[in-house]
Design a protein around this ligand. Structure first.
Ligand SMILES: Cc1cc2nc3c(=O)[nH]c(=O)nc-3n(C[C@H](O)[C@H](O)[C@H](O)COP(=O)(O)OP(=O)(O)OC[C@H]3O[C@@H](n4cnc5c(N)ncnc54)[C@H](O)[C@@H]3O)c2cc1C
Length: 482
């Protein structure tokens, strides 16, 4: 740190005016968002240092000026938009830090229904953009469970994925171009060219960058036609997860493109939805298919045939309709509602998402569901589902509820569960320790194993783009103790 905390506050107020530099106690305490360290915070425990200020940017010029000031004075910057992330992404580990919030950059710049693209500032909530394009019969196709909470900048920076990804893809398949500010304040732009072969794809320096390389200020994403009336739905009870994996694999490798493919074990399904009766060991598999009517009918018929060939018991569409209606309900309880539940029950809930190819994923599911309950005391509940499938593999979302007697122990217990899962996953050649939440500061110690011999490129990329190391230190490349 080259200057004092008061000099940082004064410098930032000189640049932006006093109203945009907030340092009241509540803003500083809320700076990490509602998800990071949420269990201990529910009990009034704040273990991380507070940042110096939360700085409210309204324009790219604001972002540029603040980054230049911070870079010149070696002040750390954590970018923030919707603040809906976990994984320690927004955690403040060093008091010499400001949180640079761009929720005020919330203009939709252009909706271009001819070229099927929408351009938005980084602080535009995805829900608002989706509502606007729906008025034109279009969709962004992006629908993470946090759609009501997340904003465009964060969605890019975390390499997010939506519930209908099997048809529309993850955010990496949607981004056409962007504007970003480098740590020295320089503004750069990647134009919206449909495809280019002019070297490595520079968009990928920003997609998944976790706030550790640059500040994304504007995003252009693809648009798709929306066909809600022609959606095909189907739900099946399978005799086991193992059979479900086989059925889903066959659907994917034969080239069908449902928008939702989900396979739940009983433990996960009962605690989250529970509207379909499952016997011990059974699994619930369901699908939605989108597109023009002829396509959805043909795809639905093929899925039905494959599911039945694997012994699936067709149970109609009610369970899928219920999921469609309630799939984002959990967002309503993020914040005080959830904190109260933690205080009432002494039990917290969390998820860890991983991926692997078709050969490894079923073994990983078996290994993890055996290893974690054996290692972790206080586990009330442990299950999993798949929700994003590809021709070459799928993901698993492990979900767990854990009894924590002393909130001071929460973070250690939580990290031991995440580690117990990742240790099993990384034993397999195609096991990926993070499917879509980002490594944050919580899983980044696995980055050297996750990336293997290519990790040196991540380290050098961080140094090249952020030579003073001010951008969200501790993401992408380990810096702090676990
Ligand atoms: C209930 C719930 C359900 C969720 N479901 C999903 C899901 O289905 N799929 C999914 O992918 N995720 C999901 N998430 C996680 C989270 O919503 C995503 O990671 C989302 O992309 C975060 O967006 P945000 O705007 O809230 O970003 P923030 O939380 O503000 O920031 C996230 C990260 O991005 C960086 N960042 C933010 N804005 C910028 C910017 N403009 N430039 C550079 N870096 C930036 C931050 O520094 C941080 O590292 C869920 C979260 C919750 C609470």
């Amino acid at each position: 740190m080259l200057i004092t905390k008061n000099e940082v506050l004064k410098g930032l107020r000189d640049i932006l005016g006093p109203d945009k530099v907030v340092n009241d106690e509540e803003a500083l305490r809320e700076a990490e968002g509602p998800l990071n360290r949420r269990y201990e915070k529910a009990f009034g425990l704040y273990t991380n240092p507070e940042p110096i200020a939360v700085v409210l940017a309204k324009s790219t010029a604001d972002i540029s000026a603040v980054l230049k000031f911070c870079n010149d004075n070696m002040v750390n910057v954590i970018p923030r938009t919707g603040a809906s992330s976990g994984e320690g992404l927004l955690e403040v580990r060093d008091p010499n830090t400001i949180v640079l919030d761009a929720a005020g950059m919330n203009n939709i710049i252009k909706i271009d229904a001819f070229n099927m693209m929408a351009t938005a500032e980084c602080g535009v909530p995805l829900r608002i953009l989706e509502d606007e394009v729906r008025k034109l019969g279009l969709t962004t196709g992006h629908s993470p469970q946090s759609q009501p909470l997340a904003f465009m900048g964060g969605l890019l920076a975390t390499r997010s994925i939506g519930q209908f990804s099997t048809y529309y893809g993850g955010i990496e398949d949607m981004v056409c171009g962007l504007e970003a500010v480098l740590p020295n304040g320089e503004v750069i732009r990647i134009r919206n060219v449909p495809r280019r072969a002019s070297g490595p794809d520079l968009r990928h320096l920003f997609i998944g960058s976790e706030g550790g390389l640059a500040y994304i200020t504007e995003v252009t994403v693809k648009l798709f036609p929306y066909y809600p009336d022609d959606m095909w739905l189907g739900g099946y009870v399978m005799d086991s997860m193992a059979t479900g994996f086989k059925a889903v694999r066959e659907i994917m490798v034969k080239g069908y493109k449902p928008s939702v493919v989900r396979l739940y074990d009983k433990q996960d399904f009962d605690v989250n939805f529970g509207n379909v009766e499952l016997k011990e060991g059974e699994a619930y598999m369901f699908f939605t298919v989108e597109g023009p009517a002829g396509v959805t009918k043909a795809t639905g018929d093929a899925i039905h045939e494959i599911a039945m060939n694997y012994g699936g018991r067709y149970i109609g569409t009610k369970g899928v309709e219920y999921w469609l209606e309630h799939r984002n309900d959990v967002c309503k309880t993020v914040g005080e509602g959830r904190a109260q539940k933690y205080r009432d029950t002494g039990v917290y809930n969390a998820t860890t998402e991983i991926s692997a190819d078709w050969e490894d994923i079923a073994k990983i599911y078996e290994d993890v569901t055996k290893a974690v309950p054996a290692k972790i005391d206080g586990l009330v509940h442990f299950g999993g589902h798949i929700s994003h499938s590809y021709i070459n593999g799928t993901n698993i979302y492990f979900i767990y509820h854990v009894k924590v007697d002393d909130p001071k122990d929460y973070y250690k217990i939580h990290c031991s569960i995440v580690d117990a899962i990742c240790d099993e996953v990384l034993k397999y050649p195609t096991g990926g320790a993070v499917h879509h939440h980002g490594m944050g500061k919580q899983r980044v110690h696995y980055a050297p194993i996750e990336h293997g011999t290519s990790f040196i490129l991540m380290r050098d990329l961080k140094h090249m783009m952020d030579p003073n190391g001010i951008m969200n230190p501790g993401v992408l490349v380990p810096k702090y103790d676990h």
